[in-house]
Design a protein around this ligand. Structure first.
Ligand SMILES: N[C@@H](CCC(=O)N[C@@H](CS)C(=O)NCC(=O)O)C(=O)O
Length: 462
C-alpha cells in the first residue's frame, strides 16, 4: 500500500499534536496518524526531527515539518483554498497583518505559560504547585482580556471562524481541565474568566475539535499511567527558556525593507513609560510602533514588517514557498531557543554553566552550518540571493557572539569547523541593511560590563 500524502507523527495526549490535527480537520485534509509508543521514540521520529526529536512532525509527501505552530502555519499556507473539492476552507491566520501579529503574540504567550504550569500541577516537573496554579490563573486572566478584544463579541478569537490563536490555546484545554482534577484547583473559573470558559465549551464542541480533544478523564488516566515513562521518553533535563532583562532591538528587518526606524532607546535598568505601556505583558524590547499600534516579540515584528511592506520592489523576508518558510521559521526559533540564552550565560548576565553554554552554542552553530546548505542551496544567504528571515534572526546574534569571544574567551565562529557560516557571517555584515545597524564588538563588550554593573546594583538594592 502506498504511503499517505500527509502523515502526522504524534501521540493523542500531546497538546502540540492536537493543534496539528485540528488544523488539518479544519482544512478538510485527509491524514494518516502515526502513533508513537510512550517510552520509545521511533526511527521515523528520530529521522524526521533529528534536532529536537519531538512530536508532532508533519510529513507532507515525505518532507518533514516540525514545531507545532510552524506546522499550523504551513498547513494554512499550503491548503489555502479548497483542498477536497468542497467549499474553500477558511484561513486560519487572520488576513490583517496587525491581527496576525496579535494572534502570534498570544499563541507564543500561551505556549510559554500554560505547559510549564501544567507540568508542575500534574507532577511531571518539580515546582511549587500553588505558585504554578497562580501563574496559570493569571495567564488565563490575560487571555480572557485578549479574547474580549480580539473576538469583537463573536464566537472565537478568530471572529466567526476558528483562527490561529483558537487552535493554539484550545489544544491546552484538555490538560488544563485534567490538572484541575489532578491538583484539585479551579482554573477555568466561570466567575473569573467567563468568556474563556464559554469559548472553550463552544470550541470543544466544534466538529474539527471534538474528536481531537478527549475527555479530561482520559488525560488524567494517561497521566497516572504514563507519568514515569513519559519523563524517560522526554529524555531527561528540559531546556529552560530564561527571560532576559533587555534585548538588543532587531531593527534590520525594517532597514531591509527600506523603512526609516527611530530607535526609542530605553534607559538600562529603568524601563520607559512608553515601553511599559506598549508591551505590558513582557515589558521587553523591541517594540515596533506602527501608527501608534504596538507590536512586540522580534520574530513577530519581522513577519509583520514583511506582510505590511512586502512589495515587488523589495526582497521578501520570508520566501513564497510554504516549505521554505516552514524551514526558516523552524530554524529561527531554534536560534532563539539555543543561542540567545547560552549567549547571555557566556556574557555573565544570567547565571549558568559556562562550559555547558559554550557547548550548546557550538552544537547549535554546527546544526546551522548544515542547515545553511539545505536552506541556502548554494546561494549567498539562508534566504537565497538576499537576506531573509533566518539570516536576520541568526545575524542579529552575531554581534553578541563576537563580543562573547572577548568576554568569555571562547572561540565561537571557528572558520575550520564552520566554513560556510563564517563566510555567510562576513557577507551578512557587509549587507547594506546590516552594516549600519550592527554595533561594533568593543562597544558591545563595554556595554556588557556596564549592564552587569547595573544588574549587580539592582540585585544588591533589592
Ligand atoms: N515546541 C514544540 C514542543 C513539542 C513537544 O514538547 N512535544 C513533546 C510531547 S508533548 C515531546 O515530543 N517530548 C519529547 C521530548 O521532550 O523528548 C512544538 O510546538 O511542537
Amino acid at each position: 500500500m502506498s504511503e499517505a500524502a500527509v502523515r502526522v507523527i504524534g501521540l493523542w495526549a500531546s497538546p502540540y499534536v492536537i493543534r496539528v490535527l485540528i488544523a488539518l480537520k479544519l482544512k478538510g485534509v485527509e491524514y494518516e496518524f502515526v502513533e508513537e509508543v510512550v517510552g520509545k521514540k521511533s526511527e521515523l521520529l528520530l529521522r524526521s526531527n533529528p534536532v529536537h526529536k519531538k512530536i508532532p512532525v508533519l510529513l507532507h509527501h515525505g518532507k518533514p515539518v516540525s514545531e507545532s505552530l510552524v506546522i499550523v502555519q504551513y498547513i494554512d499556507e499550503v491548503w489555502s483554498s479548497s483542498s477536497s473539492g468542497g467549499a474553500p476552507a477558511a484561513a486560519i491566520l487572520p488576513a490583517d497583518p496587525y491581527t496576525r501579529a496579535v494572534h502570534r503574540f498570544w499563541a507564543q504567550y500561551a505556549d510559554d505559560k500554560v505547559p510549564s504550569a501544567v507540568r508542575i500541577l500534574k507532577g511531571t516537573d518539580a515546582g511549587d504547585k500553588e505558585q504554578a496554579a497562580g501563574q496559570l490563573a493569571a495567564a488565563l486572566q490575560l487571555l480572557e482580556q485578549a479574547f474580549v478584544e480580539l473576538s469583537h463579541g463573536k464566537r472565537y478569537f478568530g471572529g466567526d471562524s476558528v483562527g490561529y490563536l483558537d487552535i493554539a490555546l484550545v489544544s491546552h484545554v484538555g490538560w488544563v481541565k485534567a490538572v484541575e482534577k489532578i491538583a484539585g484547583v479551579t482554573l477555568l473559573d466561570k466567575a473569573k474568566v467567563p468568556n474563556l470558559v464559554a469559548w472553550a465549551d463552544r470550541l470543544c464542541a466544534h466538529p474539527a475539535v471534538a474528536d481531537a480533544i478527549p475527555d479530561a478523564d482520559k488525560f488524567v488516566e494517561y497521566s497516572v499511567k504514563n507519568g514515569l515513562e513519559r519523563r524517560r521518553w522526554r529524555g531527561g533535563a528540559r531546556d529552560r527558556r530564561v527571560g532576559e532583562p533587555l534585548r538588543h532591538p532587531r531593527v534590520c528587518g525594517a532597514e531591509a525593507q527600506g523603512r526609516g526606524v527611530r530607535e526609542l532607546a530605553g534607559v538600562v535598568g529603568n524601563k520607559s513609560e512608553l515601553l511599559l505601556k506598549s508591551n505590558p505583558v513582557h515589558k521587553k524590547i523591541p517594540v515596533l510602533l506602527h501608527h501608534g499600534k504596538p507590536i512586540a516579540e522580534s520574530m513577530i515584528i519581522l513577519q509583520y514588517i514583511d506582510e505590511v511592506w512586502g512589495s515587488d520592489d523589495v526582497p521578501a523576508i520570508l520566501q513564497a514557498d510554504p516549505y521554505e518558510r516552514a524551514l526558516q521559521r523552524f530554524w529561527a526559533q531554534y536560534v532563539d531557543d539555543k543561542i540567545a540564552h547560552a549567549s547571555h550565560v557566556l556574557r555573565g548576565v544570567v547565571n549558568g554553566d559556562l562550559d555547558e553554554a559554550a557547548a550548546q552554542v557550538s552544537t547549535a552553530l554546527q546544526h546551522l552550518e548544515e542547515a545553511f546548505a539545505k536552506c541556502g542551496q548554494g546561494k549567498s544567504y539562508f534566504g537565497g540571493d538576499d537576506i531573509g528571515f533566518l539570516d536576520i534572526v541568526l545575524g542579529s546574534h552575531l554581534g553578541w557572539l563576537k563580543a562573547v569571544e572577548t568576554i568569555a574567551g571562547v572561540k565561537v565562529l571557528d572558520e575550520t569547523k564552520l566554513p560556510e557560516l563564517t563566510a555567510w557571517a562576513q557577507r551578512f555584515y557587509a549587507h547594506h541593511a546590516v552594516r549600519d545597524v550592527m554595533p561594533e564588538t568593543d562597544r558591545l563588550v563595554q556595554f556588557n560590563a556596564y549592564l552587569i554593573d547595573v544588574l549587580k546594583a539592582k540585585a544588591s538594592s533589592n
